[in-house]
Design a protein around this ligand. Structure first.
Ligand SMILES: [Ca+2]
Ligand SMILES: [Ca+2]
Length: 168
């Protein structure tokens, strides 16, 4: 019984305090976002997000990109370094040049509609750039980079109407 009580307490403690977003994620538009300033490889960034019930962010529309720009501007406003790189969910690891939002197994989607590559990108530099990084300097642009490069990253989780259904 003690173990059951402990599990219950842990679950209650982890429960989201912002309605339908995971703990410490912020709701923007229709989604929940968390900017993680922790320099890791693309695959580790993806794992970090998944551990917290989310995934790397997919930028599927102009509206979502504008929203992310706003979020990043808020974060960067008090920092001297204006340029920062963030991993997002895009990759062409499986087939060169065929970019997809990787998502979870069975739910990968080719990027066919909205794109916002920086000029000259993706260039698959040295035949070895298969993961998508956004470069933020007031505005954001997409770039392809070597997946083992270290970058900060942005996690996205689905907003749920029922907070109790997220954790616990
Ligand atoms: Ca590539
Ligand atoms: Ca590149």
């Amino acid at each position: 019984m003690k173990i059951i009580a402990l599990v219950f307490v842990l679950c209650a403690g982890l429960q989201g305090s912002r309605g339908g977003c995971p703990n410490n994620f912020e709701k923007h538009g229709d989604g929940c976002y968390k900017v993680m300033v922790e320099p890791v490889s693309w695959i580790n960034a993806k794992l970090y997000c998944q551990v917290f019930g989310a995934d790397l962010v997919k930028i599927e529309t102009q509206e979502e990109e504008t929203l992310l720009e706003t979020v990043l501007n808020e974060i960067h406003i008090n920092r001297t370094a204006r340029i920062e790189n963030y991993w997002v969910d895009g990759s062409d690891l499986l087939a060169e040049g065929e970019w997809m939002w990787v998502g979870t197994p069975g739910y990968s989607q080719y990027i066919t509609s909205f794109t916002h590559w920086a000029p000259g990108q993706p260039d698959n530099n040295n035949n070895g750039e298969d993961c998508m990084l956004i470069k933020f300097n007031l505005k954001l642009f997409w770039s392809d980079e070597r997946c083992t490069t270290s970058g900060s990253f942005i996690c996205e989780a689905e907003y749920s109407e029922d907070p109790d259904s997220i954790i616990g």
